[in-house]
Ligand binder design. Sequence first.
Ligand code: HEC
Length: 159
Amino acid sequence: MPKLTQTLFISGALVAGLALSPLAVSHFNDKEVMQSYRQSWFAMVATNFGPMVSMLKGEMPWDDARMQAAADQLAQLTAMDISRGFSPGTEKGTTRAKPEIWENMEDFSAKMDDLRSTSAALQTAAASGDRKAIGKAVGDVGQSCKACHDEYKSEDYLY
Ligand code: HEC
């Protein structure tokens, strides 16, 4: 089968599968829309960050184009204002977001700003193709994830 036809066939099968599967909607809880919104955003952030870390660790072959694409998307995602996802009233539910977030919203927002600026710097580093600079920039993004998780994200679901 030619490659494009094959891809179309596979995506057609996937769409059919999704329409039939009750699991297709399970990531979005319509009683906790904002909790689902922020969690989906973090999932996208992590799915773009993960391959960059894997390439640096040598767990995945280095690919400049893939590195650039992931860095571009991480920068785009983190440029988004996700504060709605943490609006008042979204403290509870199926969440690992600690209540301290809402008591220290200024600090939490500053940590989001750090993620935004380190991700923008990583996008610039990726464009340079300089592996040493990319490695440092990925490390800086990783630090901003960790700084926030250490204070504001629980290991387990809270409620
Ligand atoms: C400013 C704070 C903050 C920053 C920065 C941050 N996180 Fe998080 N992250 C959280 C909080 C809070 C949750 C829990 C959300 C919830 O359960 O409602 C979370 C959840 C997650 C989840 C679980 C999502 C799900 O499916 O429920 C992943 C994965 C994740 N973060 C990865 C990352 C990565 C990777 C980075 C850096 C590139 C990052 N986070 C940066 C605060 C942060």
